[in-house]
Design a protein around this ligand. Structure first.
Ligand code: ADP
Ligand code: MG
Length: 247
């Protein structure tokens, strides 16, 4: 079997006396959606933060495509293909969808567009940005201002920006949050198609979405992985049903 694209080994993080992640070991393989589920406060967001590099673990390692990236800052991990999406607030709302995608492709998001106007005339950047918008179904909205997009469309734009950087793996923290039933359904089918671009580590509360999408599931309770398995295995796991599904 090929090496996993992403691997954590013993990621440990305490906040004072509170152990937020307790030696978390998991991997994400090519082509899969690996969901991480668990109750509020289980350590899911803390885990994502350590993987993408915005939070330093007390101990443990993060490996991307066989390379230990634990010592790298978040920006360098992102350049190497660790794509954290759905930080919707990072979009430039007064800029168009295409401008946001071009800024993303430039690695210049967060900079005012007025300084970078020439970039939309760069043929390569524009082609890359347009291909990504096409891929997520936003190409018809290229000239729309980001502020006018729906919540779900903003998330698709975040994914498009990640795609311009040729991600090796997507990290997603609750992409269904704030979407209604229809929005969740659309996002589910969107994510389903996305796994062929890059595998996904998916933190999600919406169990319908998790069971529909996940190839494998890890269950986090009080910072500890209590089970990892296929979706069928996790659904029938007695400990999981007791600890998390409340049965
Ligand atoms: P989840 O995403 O699974 O809901 P979090 O990873 O956000 O859980 O939080 C795990 C635990 O760590 C919680 O008890 C939370 O209060 C605590 N925690 C998270 N971040 C901090 C922090 N910066 N300082 C202190 N405690 C934190
Ligand atoms: Mg969280």
């Amino acid at each position: 079997m090929t090496d996993p694209v992403l691997r954590t080994r013993g990621l440990h993080k305490s906040f004072g006396a509170l152990v937020a992640t307790d030696d978390v070991t998991l991997d994400v393989r090519a082509g899969e959606i690996h969901a991480v589920i668990g109750p509020n406060g289980a350590g899911k967001s803390t885990l994502i933060a350590q993987i993408c590099g915005t939070l330093a673990p007390d101990r443990g390692t993060v490996t991307l495509d066989g390379e230990d990236v634990t010592a790298l800052p978040a920006r360098d991990r992102a350049r190497k293909g660790l794509a954290r999406t759905f930080q919707v607030s990072a979009l430039a709302m007064e800029d168009t969808v295409l401008q946001n995608a071009v800024l993303g492709a430039l690695g210049a998001r967060g900079r005012p567009w007025s300084f970078l106007r020439a970039a939309t005339r760069d043929r390569n950047l524009r082609d890359t940005a347009e291909a990504a918008l096409h891929r997520v179904g936003l190409i018809d909205h290229a000239a729309t201002h980001a502020a006018e997009l729906s919540h779900g469309q903003r998330r698709q734009l975040e994914v498009a920006i990640a795609l311009t950087l040729a991600p090796k793996v997507f990290l997603m923290d609750e992409p269904m949050a704030g979407l209604g039933a229809d929005g969740s359904k659309q996002m589910t089918s969107f994510l389903d198609g996305l796994r062929t671009e890059a595998p996904i580590l998916l933190v999600e509360h919406d169990m319908d979405a998790v069971f529909a999408l996940a190839d494998r599931i890890s269950v986090l309770v009080s910072g500890r992985v209590i089970a990892t398995g296929t979706t069928a295995e996790i659904r029938s796991n007695r400990d999981v049903r007791t600890a998390y599904l409340g049965e």
